[in-house]
Design a binder for this molecule. Structure first.
Ligand code: UDX
Ligand code: ADP
Length: 469
């Protein structure tokens, strides 16, 4: 048993968008705990250890400051997976769980190979009593798999006599952070979930959170409720976006204004005002994956109607992205051949360098298929990432250039397409920028963040999501 349930050494497997920021915040608030973040990706770990804090592998407002304060104090990044597991009292699993690409459940179910690999590595290397916490979003009942792998590892000597007692407790504590606001979400969570069936293990994890989270916000549930709550929260959030996006198309047809509609419905306390911004469709690593997972689960349990209900949320999201590509093409006379389009924003949302499932990817691909030349500017996404997202090895990538300023991207462009709601796009000096464009020039604002009157006064054609255009 862990002495007084005092956790002194935490290991986190996976130094990604969830593991990195989550462990940084734990280290910041728990200077009595050594936090070791491990990953098999050497390059990622060396970036976490880079002296130049601008090179951290993840961009999150506020993250740099915490790394500066805690790194090498009680926060360490390494590839010594086995060693750090063996020293830990508590191990978080924060590895990637993408949608399966082949085999049973391909295209829907989560690929658990990295979770299973982590569980096996824990079972081989952990010593004494260890609490294993699922942090990654996982399908319901994954904890069962982890438990089974861990249980089968009780260590035996050659003649099958028990050599060392290994005790494992498995908890689920899904992370609800959103990228771009990860540090604030972690420091001021709406709630923290701890799912599990062992009271002592739950108390041990609760004690870690209590260093900065109010007890009233810590919710205990059973394992399966915790796992399902995470999938359900993401499905509900994504559903809101698909709902408002569906209404944006109706606004464009009828002359209603999506901003006014969002405000009007959001003032109803039962609906609430958040997550009602219409846009080019949701992206990010979670929404699509989690809904696919939910659909797979529903179908697995014979609940096809429920599965197809949630599937519609994804269909509408794809439709919104395609709809926007088609509008751009049709407004530019149905012909993009050799037209230069300035793409402002490539990340799936502002304040992150993450492009996973970014609507920019599918919209840019549609425009390239029509023969356009794209000049892409994003303040945080690296050139290599954009190239990897748009092209496979050997593809012709000569019709995409990555600009290092807004101005460079917009020079000689026939149209500007705003795909991410970066703050700097809201502050563009249009008087300076518009003369650089080829006329007739267009602005397509898929995020509804630009003052259209100003652009109209400068002689630009404008289209914005959810408004009569
Ligand atoms: C989401 C959940 O919010 C978070 O709780 C969970 O832990 C992980 O998944 P994330 O994907 O990082 O977080 O970002 P989020 O802010 O939810 O945005 C997801 C997508 O929805 C983005 O593409 C964003 O631009 C879009 N969105 C969000 C809208 O189009 N309109 C909105 O009103 C809000
Ligand atoms: P998330 O958004 O869920 O954090 P990421 O892909 O950003 O997902 O990060 C997951 C990290 O987990 C990656 O850096 C990956 O290299 C790491 N990882 C995957 N499997 C293992 C493993 N078995 N051991 C250690 N690290 C792993």
């Amino acid at each position: 048993m862990i002495e007084n349930f005092n956790i002194k050494n935490i290991c986190c497997i996976g130094a990604g968008y969830v593991g990195g920021p989550t462990m940084a915040v734990i280290a910041k608030h728990c200077d009595h705990i050594q936090v070791n973040v491990v990953d098999i990706n050497k390059e990622r770990i060396s970036l976490w250890n880079d002296k130049d804090l601008n090179k951290l592998p993840i961009y999150e407002p506020g993250l740099k400051e915490i790394i500066k304060e805690c790194r090498n104090r009680n926060l360490h990044f390494s590839t010594n997976v086995d060693d750090e597991i063996s020293k830990a009292d508590m191990i978080f699993i924060s590895v990637n769980t993408p949608t399966k690409e082949k085999g049973i459940g391909a295209g829907q179910a989560s690929d658990l190979k990295w979770v299973e690999a982590s569980a096996r590595r824990i079972s081989e290397n952990a010593k004494g009593t260890t609490i294993v916490v699922e942090k990654s979003t996982l399908p319901v009942k994954t904890a069962e798999t982890i438990k089974t792998i861990l249980e089968s590892s009780k260590k035996y000597s050659k003649n099958n006599l028990k050599k060392e007692i290994n005790n494992f407790y498995v908890l689920s504590s899904p992370e609800f952070l959103a990228e771009g606001s990860a540090i604030n979400d972690l420091e001021n969570p709406d709630r923290v979930l701890i799912g599990g069936d062992d009271n002592d293990a739950i108390i041990a994890l609760e004690k870690v959170y209590l260093n900065w989270v109010d007890k009233k916000k810590i919710l205990r549930t059973n394992l399966w409720s915790s796992e399902l709550s995470k999938l359900t929260a993401n499905a509900f959030l994504a559903q809101r976006i698909s709902s408002i996006n569906s209404i944006s198309s109706l606004c464009e047809e009828t002359g209603a204004d999506i901003e006014e509609v969002s405000k009007a419905i959001g003032m109803d306390k039962r609906i609430g005002s958040k997550f009602l911004n219409s846009g080019p469709g949701f992206g990010g690593s979670c929404f699509k994956k989690d809904i696919l997972n939910l659909v797979y689960l529903c179908n697995f349990y014979g609940l096809e109607e429920v599965g197809s209900y949630w599937e519609k949320v994804l269909e509408l999201n794809n439709w919104q992205q395609k709809r926007i590509s088609k509008i751009i093409i049709s407004k530019l006379f149905g012909n993009l051949f050799n037209k230069r389009l300035a793409i402002l924003g490539f990340a799936f949302k502002a304040d992150t360098n993450d492009t996973r499932e970014s609507p920019a990817i599918s919209i840019c691909k549609d425009l390239l298929l029509e023969g356009a030349f794209l000049s892409i500017y994003d303040p945080k996404v690296e050139i290599n990432q954009i190239q990897n997202d748009l092209f496979k090895n050997g593809d012709d990538n000569s019709r995409v250039c990555v600009a290092s300023t807004i101005q460079e991207s917009v020079e000689h462009a026939d149209a500007i397409i705003i795909l991410t709601e970066w703050e700097e796009f809201k502050k563009i000096n249009w008087d300076k920028l518009v003369p650089l464009m080829r006329k007739p020039a267009w602005l397509f604002d898929t995020r509804g963040i630009i003052n259209l009157q100003k652009l109209i006064s400068l002689g630009i054609n404008v289209w914005t999501v959810g408004k009569a255009n």
